[in-house]
Each structure stands twice: as structure tokens, then as C-alpha cells.
Ligand binder design. Sequence first.
Ligand code: ATP
Ligand code: MG
Length: 567
Amino acid sequence: MGENQIRNEEKRSLNFIEEIIEEDIRTGKNESRVHTRFPPEPNGYLHIGHAKSICLNFGLGKKYNGKTNLRFDDTNPVKEDIEYVDSIMEDVKWLGFDWEDRLFYASDYFEQLYEYALILIRKGKAFVCDMNAEEIAETRGTPTRPGIESPYRNRTIEENFELFSQMRAGFFPDGTRVLRAKIGMNSPNMHMRDPVLYRILHATHHRTGDKWCIYPMYDFAHGQSDSIERITHSICTLEFEVHRPLYDWFIREIGIYAPRQIEFARLNLSYTVMSKRKLLELVRDGYVNGWDDPRMPTVCGLRRRGYTPESIRNFADIIGVAKRDNVIDVSLLEFCIREDLNKRANRIMAVLNPLKVIIDNYPEGLVEEMESMNNPENESQGKRKVPFSKVLFIEQEDFMENPPGKFFRLAPGREVRLRSAYIIRCENFVKDPETEKITEIHCTYDPLTKSGMPESGRKVKGTLHWVSAMHALKAEVRLYERLFTKENPDDMPEGQTYKDCLNPNSLKLVTGLVEPSALSAKVSDKYQFERIGYFSVDKDSSAKNLVFNRVVSLKDSWAKIEKIKET
Ligand code: ATP
Ligand code: MG
């Protein structure tokens, strides 16, 4: 393949944002600098949608040898909190990104933004309006019907100056006056109809305290903040496309550096809600146990569940960026963590639904240390010893009294291999006469079939996981399922809300038995429980009381269910 061809290959794989950036670099725009930012409002915890935006912005900064700022767009003191600021910084770092010395706050620019407002007033492009929020809404019109001009629109520049400085000085109660842009009331774009720039709000800001009692609207702060930071490419989600003419108007009228805004489709995930309002409701009304509940799509929830930063970055990469709204199947996210953990998680054996097995011909009191690979996908993860003894536990599901032909697990008269140990044969079983439940099974083992021994070659169809009864550790195992039963919880039938499709089985607690090597497990260590799934040690875990979260099952069980439904 020639070099040109390789270039073309590379070019074809660029997404539309990279194409714009490469064109700007080629034409020397902004001295070919690339400078992006991630601009959260500190009014909630970050979710997987934000993670996509973070990966995109910081990823582009890295790819083009540029810079990426973290900036809090903290213009609404009523909804914002330092708790959110801290969690957002922690999450961005955890995802693997570094803003270096470029941590900014829109509130750092309040004085500058005030100056910008004065420029507009001086040009006759902004006025103080005495209407309240309701009156302003009533006179805005509709997209097809023009709005009505404010009776205060033609105040003199001097009067506007005077009133605006009085607004700042705290002369007026909340909601009695606003500063508005003077653009016109006829634009088909509602955002352009003499929009509000400043409102009076006697509220304490988490950073500026009581210094201000007027606050800029988000729209008056966001674009100018990008300009002040000399952001070259302001990447945001599609809903801001209709705000762009307004941002451009501010930049032009104030006469400052113009970043280029590029919109992309926000991430939507099936079986998930992503609105901050809904996530807040789930937390506040106790449907989940906090922002970091492992069922939440928040970054801290995914982290606690056992997701790795690599798996989330890889997910963001695979889904790419689109210009149209779409919904990504949540099983793709699950696929990404499964793939990542398959490569790196140590295997251990755990039994979640124990059934006692007694090896009748195994010597009483003997304990053998069975050597077992930590990860067959990666030999460098080494080996460990798993104790084997006369009394074991296997899963209830791995034994059937009257099995169908293709049941390759244990049944009367049948043989299986116990992972890293021996081939055993079921001789008989004990059943509780009242409940009909199988309470224990009796087996014999074949001493010549010890794993790893030269004579061990005899083949049987099934291999089961097990734990030794006297060595196993008890553990609390939290089995998580998707939080919602409907693919699109935001789109429910008339009269229902997303809360009507909460999955009642999204958390199942079981007491499991795990092999003793788990004693050294530390919080957020990841394991594959053989034949079951991937598990992560929860923050509630201790040596006395082990707690594991199920990250994902080994296979996509939902896909299987869907298939069964189809056939
Ligand atoms: P709000 O309604 O409070 O504005 P928001 O979800 O837009 O909520 P921000 O804190 O403003 O939250 O978001 C920070 C950045 O993350 C913005 O650039 C926003 O466009 C981006 N973002 C938010 N949600 C998603 C999503 N689902 N997919 C991709 N990017 C997102
Ligand atoms: Mg926003």
C-alpha cells in the first residue's frame, strides 16, 4: 500500500469533527492551535453521556497536540454546589484525563462579563426591562407568531447604565428587573428575541459568595467564556445549534475572539435515563442508594459497579460522534467492560447457590492444594493454589436428578471434571422428603485424573466450578440487572413515567461462597467468578465481610432472552 493510500485510509476514518479540525490546522486558522474544553455545570453528578463528551474533548486535545480546559459553567448559584464540583473533578481524573493548570470557572469571569454587558448597553444593544419572568414569557410570541416589544425597550443609554449599576448594587428585589439584549422580536429563532442577559438573584454563590446579586444567564456566559479562554473548537451537543446565532451575535457585537462551535448528537443509551433531573429524582426519592449506586449511569456509579476507565474510553471510541440523535444499545457498553476484564481480571471460583458434594472415597482430613491459572488469557498473571477436600460445594443448577440428554453437568451416574481438580462421578443423592429439594450429593473421584498430571487426559464433557466447604469464605454478592425494563424509559405510554418501568429485580442479594484466595481482595479489585461473570469488590467490603458487585455476567443474557422471545 502506498503512502497516499494509507493517508486516504486515515482520512476516511476521521469523524466530522476531526475533519473540521484538520482543515483548520491545514489553513492555519488560530495559528493552527487546537484548544478544547469540557464545560460542565456543577449541578449534578457526571453520567456516561458526559463521559463521552470528556473523552471527545480531551481526546481531541491529545490527538492534535493541543490543550483542553476544565471549566465549570457556574452561573446558577441556586442549583450548584461544591459537592458537584469535587465529584466532577474526581470523575474526569479517574477517566484518565488531565486539565493540568487549566481549571477555570465562568464565575471567575463575572467582572469581565459585566464589562461586556456595559459594551452592549453603550452600543444601544441592551436594555433594562422591568417586566417579570411571566410577562416576558407572555410577550415572547411563538415560532410562527412574532413577539411583542417590551415597553422599556427604548430607554436611553444613560438610563440603562444607571439602572444596570443599581441592579448590581442591590437596589432591587429578585425578579423585578432584567437586562435584555436588543435584537428584535420577530426572529423565527426564539432564542434571538431580546433574550435575557442578566437577572437579579440575591443568592450566595459557591465561589463568589455574596459579591454578586445579579447573575449572567448561561447563554450570556458560555460563549464568552470560550472566547476568553481562546477555545478554538467549542464542541457541544445538538440542542445548542439553535443557540449558535445568539452566541455569534454576542461575540460580534462585543467584538471579541470567535471560537468555532461544533455540535454533535448527545449519547442516549437503551434501558437508561440520562436526564440530570431524573437521576436526581432517583437518588432523592430512594429508588437507588445514592449517586454511586452501581445501577446508576453516573460515572461514580459505573466506577463502583466495577467499570474501568479503559472500558469507558473504548466505548466512547467505538460509538464515535454522530450529527443525528440516536440510541446506543447498552449491551455495547457491557461488551466493552467484558472485553476489558476478560484480559485483566483474575479468575476465582465462587458458588452463589450452594449444593453440598461429598466425595465418599476421598480421605477424611486430607487437603490438596490445586494449582490454578489466574487468567488463561494472560499467563503473566500467574497461578494460585486452591484447596480441595472431601466436602465441597457446587451450584444447585449444576446438578439434575433427571437431566435431558444434552445436560453436560452432574446427574446420577454421570461424570464431570471439577476445575483444576479431579473427575468425579455422582453415585447418589439425598432429597428432603418434604420440600423435594436435593440437599447433598455423593460422588467418587478418580485419583488418576488430577489436573495437570500426565494421566489426567481422560475427557469428560462438562467442567464445574466448586469451593471446598471448610475453606470457603462467605461473601455478600450483589447481583445487578438493568435499572429499567423498557428500552426507552423516557418514552412511556400516556399517564406513565420512567418510574413505571423500574426493574423490581435490578438488585438481588445472595450469600455466596468464594475460594479463600479472595481474602486478600481490596476495594475495587476485579475478578471473574468462573462460569458466572465479572465481579468487583464493593467499597462496603472488608476482610470480615466481603462484598462483591456483579459488573456483568459472562454472556449477554438479555440478548439470549430476546432471542428466546423471538423464536
Ligand atoms: P443541564 O441540563 O444541566 O445543562 P447537561 O447534561 O447539559 O445538563 P452540562 O453540565 O451542561 O450538563 O454538560 C456538560 C457537557 O457535557 C456539555 O458540553 C454537554 O453538551 C455534554 N453532555 C451532556 N450530556 C451529554 C450526553 N448525553 N452526551 C454527550 N454529551 C453530553
Ligand atoms: Mg448543559
